[in-house]
Design a protein around this ligand. Structure first.
Ligand SMILES: Nc1nc2c(ncn2[C@@H]2O[C@H](COP(=O)(O)OP(=O)(O)O)[C@@H](O)[C@H]2O)c(=O)[nH]1
Ligand SMILES: [Mg+2]
Length: 243
């Protein structure tokens, strides 16, 4: 069984942690607050991980699967909340150590043009200005590929990715692709997700769940992997000296 050792891409440099720890951490997610505008969101002192993607990409299903809670992201479906940014706290009660942000899905055909433009503005403002934002997870149905709005989002976050914002593209509904289609979708997306991670995800088959939980855990607990890396370096042979 190699699920744990194969979970992280080569070169990522994370010491694997017990997937149960990461999944247990994700399971602590609870509703924190909701806001229609960036300035209505409370400041957050811990890493914030935003989930974004076009409507129907599988975002609610992904959040519910990762947190192992049937209803969590569907809270966003309550009337009046679909156009909101919803925050969920992670970590032990009273010791929140990260926040998930569920952003409005974009591109939904039945929405008026004015509403679409407002959502886009809220989303782009959030992605460009939110101080606590430390990671973005972009959900993409690989059968549709990146849409114009996905591309606009990539353009908006690119400068922040260059400054250290973590970025992950999840290719959702992977169960609908054959193995060779999965491999093709991965390599195409790796070309487009400059500097970001790309993973296959299936809520139906639970594909990628452990892996993504571990990645988000590492991103939100940067001190631990550094310690693990430092420990690993001590056991590596020293670089050759000049003379
Ligand atoms: N086959 C399959 N269908 C999925 C998966 N994830 C989501 N879906 C379906 O895709 C549709 C949209 O999912 P939803 O999570 O509501 O998308 P959202 O609009 O991005 O929040 C629903 O019918 C889901 O059942 C998956 O991993 N596999
Ligand atoms: Mg949804």
């Amino acid at each position: 069984m190699t699920a744990t050792s194969s979970t992280l891409a080569p070169g990522q440099g994370f010491a694997p942690i017990d997937p149960k720890l990461a999944l247990g951490w994700m399971h602590t997610a609870r509703f924190l607050t909701t806001a229609a505008q960036l300035h209505q969101l409370p400041p957050v002192e811990v890493p914030e991980i935003a989930f974004v993607g076009r409507s129907n990409a599988g975002k609610s299903t992904c959040i519910n699967t990762l947190t192992q809670q049937k209803q969590l992201a569907f809270a966003s479906k309550k009337p009046g909340r679909t156009q909101h940014i919803n925050l969920f706290a992670l970590g032990r009660q009273g010791a929140t150590d990260a926040v998930l942000a569920d952003l409005p899905g974009y591109g939904y055909a039945a929405v008026s043009r004015g509403d679409k433009e407002r959502w886009q503005r809220v989303m782009l403002n959030y992605l460009m200005q939110r101080e606590s934002l430390s990671a973005v997870v972009l959900l993409c149905d690989p059968r549709l590929g990146l849409t114009e709005l996905d591309e606009a989002l990539l353009d908006a976050i690119r400068p922040r990715v260059e400054e250290g914002l973590k970025f992950l593209v999840l290719l959702t509904k992977a169960d609908k692709l054959t193995r060779s289609e999965q491999a093709k979708a991965l390599s195409i997306m790796r070309l487009n997700a400059a500097g970001g991670e790309v993973r296959l995800f299936s809520a139906l088959k639970k594909q990628g769940v452990d892996e993504v939980a571990q990645l988000l855990w590492h991103w939100s607990h940067p001190a631990q992997p550094q310690q693990a890396e430092a420990a690993a370096e001590l056991t590596e042979p020293a670089a050759p000296s000049e003379n």
